[in-house]
Design a protein around this ligand. Structure first.
Ligand code: AKG
Length: 289
């Protein structure tokens, strides 16, 4: 088992309290009050999405890792939102809507929320929606843009496991990617095969309808949907040169090298990086004792 403790929950907080207690200390928290007045809290369910934006065609993603020369972030299918949600209602448990920009793609939904005045400077061009069905899993990863995130959740419960960025050396990170080794099942990890996982200290949350999870910049996250759920992610970028340099490295260097090498070298590049994920992590483990 991986060690973990529950993330604290907070009700009414001033923006100053939120910034001092959570943003400045990079501490995740579940905020229970933010969405209280949002129309989304009342409206966001499958019927409402079908009625308001059902005809919009969206990319949906499978959890199967890309192999060979396939693009890592290619959509599995394009479906109308109505067809997609009907599949979820019929038990589809893999396909997810991922990082879908509702401002450009489904603007009718933007009147259902407002940016909270909580001390974060939101990037308002990127309100993104994530949707999954009962049993859907989001692979352990951190976000390439290193945003501070408010993950505003509606619908059925979902479980989240987080790890702080200072534990990256034990995460079996695949080089040139922002993910852990795909083979590791973080719901039931094999700590004999992957002993560095025993070094980790995680944080868990069970998000219910209306909860908002604050995920600080660079935190690793793994998610399981227990029922059909919809999460709106509002993103704020940390100020300062360090963030800009890291962001540039992730987007302009790591992501591009990965895309080009997959195209040129294919599966042996993928397998090389998977081997390195294990050997790099086990080296860090040896050095830690
Ligand atoms: O909730 C989800 O489905 C995924 C959220 C996520 O990965 C993110 O906000 O980066």
């Amino acid at each position: 088992m991986i060690k973990s403790t529950p993330i604290q929950r907070a009700g009414e907080l001033s923006s100053q309290e939120f910034v001092t207690q959570f943003v400045n200390t990079n501490t995740p928290v579940v905020l229970t009050k933010i969405t209280e007045q949002w129309p989304a809290r009342e409206k966001w369910n499958t019927d409402y999405f079908k009625k308001t934006v059902g005809e919009t065609v969206v990319p949906v993603y499978s959890s199967k890792p890309a192999t060979g020369n396939d693009k890592q972030d290619a959509a599995a299918l394009h479906l109308s939102i109505t067809d997609y949600l009907t599949r979820l209602e019929n038990g589809e448990n893999d396909l997810r809507m991922f990082f879908y920009n509702i401002l450009s793609g489904a603007p009718a939904l933007t009147k259902d929320f407002s940016y909270p005045d909580c001390g974060l400077k939101f990037f308002k061009k990127l309100p993104v929606l994530f949707v999954g069905g009962k049993g859907a899993k989001v692979q352990m990863h951190f976000d390439i843009d290193l945003a501070n995130i408010l993950l505003c959740h509606f619908g059925g419960k979902k479980r989240v496991l987080l790890f702080s960025p200072d534990q990256t050396q034990y995460m079996y990170r695949v080089p040139y990617s922002f993910s852990s080794l795909h083979k590791i099942d973080f719901s039931n990890p094999d700590t004999n095969e992957y002993p560095a996982l025993k070094k980790l200290n995680g944080l868990t949350a069970e998000l219910e309808h209306g909860d908002v999870l604050y995920i600080p910049s660079g935190y690793w996250h793994y998610i399981i949907y227990e029922e059909i759920g919809y999460s709106l992610s509002l993103r704020a970028y940390p100020a300062g040169l360090k963030h800009k340099v890291e962001l540039l490295k992730n987007v302009a260097y790591l992501h591009n090298v990965e895309s080009v090498m997959r195209k040129i070298v294919g599966q042996s590049w993928v397998e090389r990086n998977e081997r390195l994920a294990v050997s790099n992590t086990h080296k860090a483990l040896e050095e830690s004792v």
